[in-house]
Design a protein around this ligand. Sequence first.
Ligand code: PLP
Length: 640
Amino acid sequence: SSLYKIDGWGAPYFSVNSSGNVAVRPYGTDTMSHQEIDLMKVVKKASDPRSSGGLGLQLPLIVRFPDVLKNRLESLQSAFDFAIQSQGYVNHYQGVYPVKCNQDRFVVEDIVKFGSSFRFGLEAGSKPELLLAMSCLCKGSPDSLLICNGFKDAEYISLALVARKLLLNAVIVLEQEEEIDLVIDLSQKLAVRPIIGVRAKLRTKHSGHFGSTSGEKGKFGLTTTQILRVVKKLEKCGMLDCFQLLHFHIGSQIPTTTLLADGIGEAAQVYCELVRLGASMKVIDIGGGLGIDYDGSKSSDCDMSVSYGLEEYAAAVVQAVRFVCDRKSVKHPIICSESGRAIVSHHSVLIFEAVSTSTYDVPPMSSLGLQNFVERLPEDALLDYRYLSDAAIRGEYDTCLLYADQLKQRCVEKFKEGSLDIEQLADVDGLCDLVSKAVGGLGASDPVRTYHVNLSVFTSIPDFWGIEQLFPIVPIHRLDQRPGVRGILSDLTCDSDGKINKFIGGESSLPLHELEGSGGVSGGGGRYYLGMFLGGAYEEALGGVHNLFGGPSVVRVSQSDGPHSFAVTRAVPGPSSSDVLRVMQHEPELMFETLKHRAEEFVHDDMALASLAGGLARSFHNMPYLLPASSCCLTAANGN
Ligand code: PLP
């Protein structure tokens, strides 16, 4: 586990058990009454149709742990409760979950259910998100907040006003100054008293990747001048009492509590000024930004890690708000945060399989041998070859590599000119690889292998491709054996960006085990499963359908007292090829009919035709990922 720094990024939820498998402790440190869950057993149950009660789902697979979600929410709440109590803060914390981090129905429903005893609410940033938040919060606490962020048109604002009519605590947070006119107009038309908030553009800016939303030039929020104009407008139409919340968002993954406290201090001043100007301020909403430690380094100098935990975060927030409000003798506001990443990242694990590796085998010399190869070399290439062999005799290995490269380039030129044949070109490759292997063997490390994984980076890890976000990736078994090779991961898409060649800790390859026998897809030999951790936020909603790979299968796994310490409470296969085709406006049923008619034209044997049609139907029905060899279905049909 130290090789993969699991204790750093995984604690208290993930560790390695005595079988060498990744174990999950959904209740974190509260393990007294709970057993750990062996992740390999979950994968087996979900994917292996032969294991008892096996569900036969295809990989890749997302395993969700609602108990982890519960523990994250409760830990965040307790951190704030503790800071509030220990600092004598005279109000409470009530957070909201920004649904954009993971809009999965069960994730949102779970959060509302688990958080209702402490008034946890939801944040929405678009009309569909608002619709889902409204309906989910009908089952939540009557005091929960429903924060309405994002660009708003008349329909969005009307919807938020309808939420008020339904006695949900919807707060319309102005992101653009123009929105205020719509809010005043529509609330008068609909005869609803809105709760209004304003998102302030703070001067405090965070310099990491996620800081571009912050600062005076940030995309969202109102400047000081605009906030003052909103106050005037509301005053003029007798609605200043509706202005109750101040929101800001410095950016995700705030690296230090110093920066956090700086931003909160500035926002708290704005809050106190709004109180002075007569607004009925009640809530300071500090946005998202509570970071997580992706690489386990607890350092603040990159987007991968943060130098604080939940307790330090909560203490810094409470202290910064209290300090400013006490100096201005302003009543302490309710503190709201919109933490997404910190709530949902840990609760799901993406499991995928390495199906093959490619090592670069040194091509053998053609049957004609070295002498024949050398004799047939054009003159200048022959000279390069002589330099190379002289350097080898002198034992100047670095020079050997240089001459080998020169020889290769020269031969490629000659091939392009037509003066070298294809066998000679292959022989040059063989010779040069032999040289680099021989020289490498005298000091360089083993070459890095490419492991092909049954996954699409674009669908399942879009932030790696888009913003170079790194996630911990670890084999979920065989961790009691020392990995013998290093590898990078290459996905199934035919896109050169579809590979993972950067790993936490700044590594350009990952320690991996040799595949045992023939891997998963090509045969029934030992399968090799990897897990990507901490990807529960953002990744699922951002993923695209590049190459028409759809999302993974999903299982929901709860702790249970049964023999395996877990129960699969929900299992959903990933989108089929038909589903992803439909996304791009194709009509799989018509496509199938077209292909079937074509088959009827050319295949006249009834059995062969039936088998071919059955195979085609299964191809539409199955997920687009690689199937294990045993379930391969298309059979060759004879054309007669
Ligand atoms: N609130 C707002 C307005 C955001 O833009 C974001 C995301 O960037 C969040 C909350 C969630 O942030 P995080 O995931 O860092 O908690």
